[in-house]
Write a protein that binds this ligand. Structure first.
Ligand SMILES: [Zn+2]
Length: 144
């Protein structure tokens, strides 16, 4: 049997497979890590209104002077009504710590697998920590 060159249809299937796998991993992280616990130290969450189930805090993604960022733990997402920041535990982690989302996912998965509880967002990594992380994940400078 001769090796066929990769056809566009194969590439499409591969891309779909990759997206489905990504979604599965992301859903697992959203389920494993309660968003309110994850962000509360960073943004100082308070209940928005009794009984509504959502919370609000000071948005770390713009110069917030009052709590504009809403966190809906039951739906595992946040939204800022001032700057439009929106996302889930992975988006928050990646943007807050200024690391790529794939790196955030790998780290969060490791913390979940290690049984860390509760899992809270960590401060932005220093240059040395970033280097150690890259070494650990086997990433060489210039890969991005
Ligand atoms: Zn904002």
């Amino acid at each position: 049997m001769t090796e066929e060159p990769t056809k566009p249809a194969d590439l499409k299937a591969l891309a779909e497979q990759h997206l489905a796998e990504n979604k599965r991993r992301r859903d697992a992280l959203r389920t494993a890590i309660p968003l309110d616990t994850f962000v509360e130290d960073a943004i100082g969450l308070v209940l928005s209104e009794p009984g509504r189930g959502d919370m609000q805090g000071v948005c770390p993604f713009h110069g917030d002077d009052r709590p504009s960022l809403y966190v809906v733990p039951s739906k595992a997402f946040y939204h800022c009504f001032a700057c439009g920041a929106h996302g889930d535990v992975v988006t928050f982690d990646a943007e807050y710590r200024r690391i790529p989302e794939w790196m955030s996912m790998m780290q969060l998965e490791k913390r979940v697998a290690a049984g860390e509880n509760p899992i809270r967002v960590q401060p932005r990594p220093t240059d040395e920590e970033m280097k150690a992380l890259r070494d650990e994940l086997g990433i060489f400078k210039g890969d991005e």
